[in-house]
Structures are given as C-alpha cells and as structure tokens.
Design a protein around this ligand. Structure first.
Ligand SMILES: [Zn+2]
Length: 539
C-alpha cells in the first residue's frame, strides 16, 4: 500500500463518513475504519495522521477558463490604479522588470477609470506612453472596453474605416481613432496576440495548477480552445509533457468552442468524441454560445426586458442553425455545452436537444452553461432529456442586484434558481467561470449556501439556497456525472481515483458564514500531494 490516511472525518459523499483511506497506484483501495486500513500496511506504506481534519472528494470546477486564468497571473496588473499616470508607470516597470522584448505584446488588465480623480477612459495615448516599441493593449476591469496603442491597432489592421459587427472603435473630432475600443472589437484585437508555444503553455498551466491545487481543486472543466485561448494540439503536447514529468496538478476536461460546421470539421476528422483522452486530459464538450449577458442586455429573452420592453436581447443562432449544429455534434458522440443565459436561448437549446434525441437517442449529457433565466416548464424538459446545468454560484452574489430590474419580479423568482433546478431533477455542476469570478470552490459553496454578498446583506431568494451537502455535490459528484466520470471520480470509494482535499474544519458542522474561511490543508490528485499547507507556509 502506498499511503494510508487515518484518524480523519472523511465524508465520502457516497452516503457514509469513514476515518481512513488506503491508497495504491493512484486509486483508493479502501475507505473504512483505521483498523481496516492499517491492516493493509506494508513496510513502505506512508501513514498520514489526519488529526480529525475533514476530508472531501477533490473539488472540480465545472466551468472555467484555465488558460486565461493562468495567463492573467502574468499580465500587467492594473487593478487598483488611481490615475492614467499610474497605468503608464506600472506598464513601464512591467516591461523593464520582465525584459519584455520589443515587438512582444503587453496586455494590461483591471483598471477602473471611475477611481481616477478625472474619470475619463484611458485611450491610445496612455497605451503609447507605456511603449511605442510594443503593441500595448489595456483591458478595463469589465472586459467590455479597452485601449490600444498605434502598433496594436496596426497589427490588428484597425483603421478609421474599419467596421466590426458588435464592436466599436472610438474616433476623435477629426475622424482619427482614439485607441478606445469596445466589445467585439476588443475581443477581436486580443486574437492577434500570438498563441503561446508549448513550453510557455506548460508554465501557464503549472502556475494555474499550483494555485488551483491550493484551493482544493483536483479537476477543471475548462474552455480554452477558443479564439483568445490555445489549440488542441499544443494543449495535448503540453499536458503530455507535464504528465511524463509527474507535474500535472489538476485533471482537465476540455471544452472546445466550435460555433460553425467548418470549425467542427477538424474535430470530426480526427475522430474525437466526448470522453476521448486519459485521466489528465479529456475532450469533454463542444461549446456553443447561444446568447450574450444579462448585464449588457444581450441575453436572449422570450419577452422584452423589464427596463427596455422593446429589447429581447440577441440570439446567436436561428432555431434551424442551432438544430443543425446540435445534431452534427450529437450524432458523432460529442456532448454540447450550450452557453445560455436568457430563457429564449434556453428554449432554443432545449428544442434542439429534443429534436436530436428524438432522431437518435444517445446516452449523452448535453448541458446548459449558466442556465440563469428560465422556468419550471423548461427545466422539466431539460431533466427529461438527461441534460445537466452548469451553474456559477458566485454570480448570485455579483448579478443578484441586476436581476429584478432587468426581468421583473415574476421571471426573477425562477431565475438563478438552483434549488428549483434540483427539484426538477437536473444534475448540477458548480463553476466559477474564472477568471470572471474567483476559482476558489469554497467561495462557490459559500455563495450557493448563503446567497448573500456580505455578512450584513440579506440572502437573495432565500428559498433557493442549497444545503451544504447539495453545494458540496456541485463541486464533486455533480461535475463527475456531467463528464461521464462518475465511475472514476466525484466520491471517495474503493476503485476511484485518489483525488481528495483535506480541510481544517468540518464543512458540515461549521456555521455557513465560516465556509469561505475554511483552510485547505492538503490536496491530492491520483494519490500524489499537489498542495500541502505545512510545506508551503499557508495559502
Ligand atoms: Zn466562460
């Protein structure tokens, strides 16, 4: 036996609590009593005394962007800047201290001009003051508006006559670009930054993995194969390298954005399907984005916005287009993860899956990512189709104040309705959408259980709060089911992968307010320690 863990409060999430686990070859050999486990001890067994700490299955984030999160740690950090001068200062320091070679992109993130004495959006001049020898792009905290210097604009081919659907390039009085760019134009310019080569990607994945392990994560469902992300071949090569060196910290279930049939072609040509891969990297889903966001009033609704009655948001697909894309994936064994926020978008997705399933029933678990606005009728249809939902509990806290003004009380009551989704029989995974929200699962669990922003605020739709057990399932057994991995992960039982997290106190007995303050003492993936607070001197 490789390792034996004793004297713990081990919640298997499979209906029982035990005190010991025995681990061999990366798998759990036994979940039981200390006596049963110690009976398996051999000369080379490492015995770990858990000193009554709480053990759960390792956490899985069911929707995030690992690559973008990892890269955000290396970006020019502009959070908290107080003036355009400070942006320039930090930018110049960044280039100097990191020896960024001329011609390489400098991307800054996180400024909020409302914090400046004179709250004017930084423009191309600010970016140019950082450097004229580098393409410089500054991204506001919201990600909807930014600023680019002339070199960045030139590399993207942006000029005074450029038209970008859904995007804007601001101009001054004489018709010249100011460098301020908005929405789709900002998304587009980001794609001109060269993709990292394999070695750089390995560094990014390792840095993200180190932080994820410290937060108790052992797996992520990650959407990285997108325009500003990376590509499948580089990702596979990078993970395989890390795997050979025993350096993988989290298992990756990859989502692949393929909005049109021509983007699906290479996937189909390689014969890929959902579940293809090994325990460190698998292809999980094809991601189809079907609408926008509630904040920007682009989420597609069945009826107009409460605060803008003639607007119903923007569907990305017609029903027929979505039916065709869904059938194409479904028939080749590819599960679809549909980004749907509005009830209009959700209805389109459910219609499409209904048609695909009726034509060719398959045990696929298509899912709705976000699934924020809907009603029981739609949720029941989802459940009947075996669809899952991928919810982001931290959004309850950040979007909460927006929901009623946008939707009115009636629609708001069945939206972000995690308990209603469960009552309707839908399997749920919990995600962070990191880097949008914190990737820390304990924060997500806290948000799902309390649905409140701060200690003083009241819970939002308190009847939709989840029990601690339900909330823990969002990050353990729920994502395992969504990925068809319930026979390998999600609970602590003999035969499963030894993926687990050790917490300083019992999540089931502390006050809900304390869940966000629990400390991750140790994380193991495949029986290997990926985080140890004692060795790393705290989080
Ligand atoms: Zn996302």
């Amino acid at each position: 036996m490789d390792k034996i863990l004793i004297n713990g409060v081990i919640h298997t999430m499979a209906g029982r609590t035990v005190s010991a686990l025995a681990i061999r070859n990366g798998h759990i050999a036994l979940a039981g009593s200390d006596r049963e486990a110690l009976a398996l001890r051999t000369a080379d067994t490492e015995v770990i005394d858990l000193r009554k700490s709480c053990v759960l299955p390792g956490f899985t984030d069911s929707h995030m962007h690992m690559f973008l999160t990892g890269r955000s740690f290396e970006r020019l950090d502009l959070r908290g800047v107080r003036s355009p001068e400070e942006i320039v200062r930090r930018g110049r320091d960044y280039i100097r201290s990191r020896h960024v070679p001329a011609g390489a992109w400098v991307v800054g993130y996180g400024y909020d001009h409302n914090q400046f004495p004179n709250p004017v959006l930084p423009d191309g001049k600010v970016a140019q003051a950082i450097s004229a020898e580098h393409p410089v792009l500054l991204d506001r905290i919201c990600g909807h508006v930014g600023a680019a210097n002339p070199m960045a604009l030139r590399l993207a081919g942006f000029g005074p006559d450029t038209m970008i659907p859904g995007g804007e390039l601001d101009k001054d009085g004489t018709g010249n670009l100011t460098g301020v760019i908005r929405e789709a134009a900002l998304d587009l310019i980001k794609t001109f930054e060269p993709k990292p080569a394999k070695e750089e990607l390995e560094c990014i994945l390792q840095e993200a993995g180190r932080r994820f392990a410290a937060a108790g994560l052992t797996a992520v469902h990650s959407d990285d194969l997108c325009p500003e992300g990376t590509d499948w071949d580089t990702l596979r090569a990078a993970v395989s390298d890390l795997e050979t060196q025993g350096k993988c910290q989290v298992r990756i279930y990859e989502e692949w954005e393929a909005p049109h049939p021509e983007q699906l072609r290479p996937i189909l040509k390689q014969g890929l399907y959902s579940g293809w891969g090994d325990d460190w990297l698998r292809l999980a889903n094809i991601k189809l984005i079907t609408d926008g966001s509630l904040g920007a009033r682009t989420a597609f609704l069945r009826a107009g916005y409460q605060d803008e009655a003639e607007n119903r948001g923007i569907p990305v697909y017609t029903q027929q287009e979505l039916d065709e894309m869904t059938a194409l994936c479904h028939n080749r064994g590819l599960q679809v993860a549909f980004h749907a926020i509005g009830d209009g978008a959700l209805e389109q997705c459910v219609n499409a899956v209904e048609k695909a399933m009726a034509a060719a029933p398959k045990p696929l678990r298509h899912r709705i990512v976000h699934c924020q606005i809907g009603d029981r009728g739609l949720y029941r249809r989802m459940a009947a189709l075996g669809m899952g939902a991928d919810i982001q509990p931290p959004f309850t806290v950040s979007d909460g104040p927006l929901v009623e003004p946008r939707l009115g009380p009636e629609r708001a009551a069945e939206s972000y309705a995690w308990r209603t989704l469960l009552d309707c029989g839908i399997s749920l995974g919990g995600g962070s959408d990191s880097p949008v929200e914190s990737y820390k699962p304990l924060w997500g669990i806290y948000c799902a259980v309390t649905r409140r922003c701060g200690t003083d605020s009241l819970p939002w739709l308190p009847e939709q709060r989840l029990s601690v057990r339900q909330a823990v399932s969002l990050y353990t057994s729920g994502p395992a089911w969504l990925a068809h991995a319930e026979d390998r992960t999600g609970t602590l039982e003999a035969g499963k992968l030894a993926d687990l997290v050790v917490l300083d106190r019992d999540i089931f007995t502390v006050q809900p307010e304390e869940i966000k303050n629990l400390r991750v003492l140790r994380t193991m993936a495949g029986g290997r320690v990926t985080w140890n607070a004692e060795e790393s001197g705290g989080q």
